[in-house]
Ligand binder design. Sequence first.
Ligand SMILES: Cc1cc2nc3c(=O)[nH]c(=O)nc-3n(C[C@H](O)[C@H](O)[C@H](O)COP(=O)(O)OP(=O)(O)OC[C@H]3O[C@@H](n4cnc5c(N)ncnc54)[C@H](O)[C@@H]3O)c2cc1C
Length: 355
Amino acid sequence: MQQSSVIIIGTGVAGLAAAATLAYANWQVTLLDKARSAGGRCATRRTTKAADSPWFDFGAQYFTARHTDFIDHTQQALQAGQLQHWRPDIGCWQNGKVQASHDEQVRLVATAGLSSWLKHQAASLASQANVALHFQQQVSQPTYQANKKRWSVTTQQGQNFTADYLIVTAPPEQSSVLCSEAAAELSNRIQAFKSAACWSVVMRTTVMLPYQALFFKDHPILNWAANNASKHPPQKAPKNAELGLWTLHANPAWSAQHVDSDPTAVAQQLINDFIACFPESNSSNQSIQNPPEAVHTHRWLYARPADDLSTTTENAAPFIYQQQQQIGLAGDWLAGGRVEGAWVSGNALAKQLLA
Ligand SMILES: Cc1cc2nc3c(=O)[nH]c(=O)nc-3n(C[C@H](O)[C@H](O)[C@H](O)COP(=O)(O)OP(=O)(O)OC[C@H]3O[C@@H](n4cnc5c(N)ncnc54)[C@H](O)[C@@H]3O)c2cc1C
């Protein structure tokens, strides 16, 4: 019997989770992504092109695993040394001051930056005969031939792909546009889902700060900061000069207000506000001689679900599937946001297709 085939748009957590489950069931899987490599919002870069230059996560920062299947999935990567537990000294900024914050949360990070974990998964999929991965392929409007029950995708780069099923894992605004012609009803239905923006700035500083990560409870601009150096395995610790490679995230309200602001001005604002939280470290000689500098600035237009969807999705499936056209939608926005939600969503949609 001929195996079913599927085109999956997106090689983030959700797309790769769906692909792994369907490839395991021997489906013909075609993965397409407009980016140069896998990861999506689990995004990592290096400070220079040199392979040994320090890396930083500028999208997702760490993740948690509570769902049994997801725990199993991460266990394999922990054993392979791709993931590790992260136990930073965490501070919390509240009422104008920083205090130590203790919790029992088990946090996971990747030993070479979060995208490396997804790249391992993509490479493992690409090594299978029934899986094809194509990067730098941007999909505009998939088409559905009802008489043949077949999806067809032509990318902006001019390549054509066809399959029985289509899975879209982009954020809701982008998924809605992608489905607007071939699956208009679906496209309309998801217009209620909105994403929040996030400005992300990575800053280098030689000044040692008293924490490795910070939550900001009621700060007007910031909501998160983490020193990427603290995520390296001890044996691969970056050189002294790179002691502080901090990722700073602005909060959703400020990011929305400044969504069209100049990136250089945004970077300076976030850095100024962050160092102002540590007046003692800031007045040190080190800080004056080597003022902190921005090494990377990124505006995430669709960073996270704008609303907490955990309550609305409590009793609902963590995906949307339309049987008639054999099209499914998956992603963090259908399962409470976050890395774990994205994986649960992609995996559950794939199981639905196999049922
Ligand atoms: C700044 C920031 C901080 C975060 N912090 C955390 C955190 O600490 N912990 C946590 O658990 N989560 C965090 N998240 C959320 C987490 O990153 C996401 O929940 C998760 O990565 C979503 O995965 P996904 O597969 O659903 O979507 P995505 O990762 O967005 O994947 C979608 C993929 O589709 C591709 N794509 C889109 N449109 C097209 C098209 N037309 N053609 C081809 N390809 C297309 C994209 O290139 C992308 O690779 C954070 C996110 C951001 C942005």
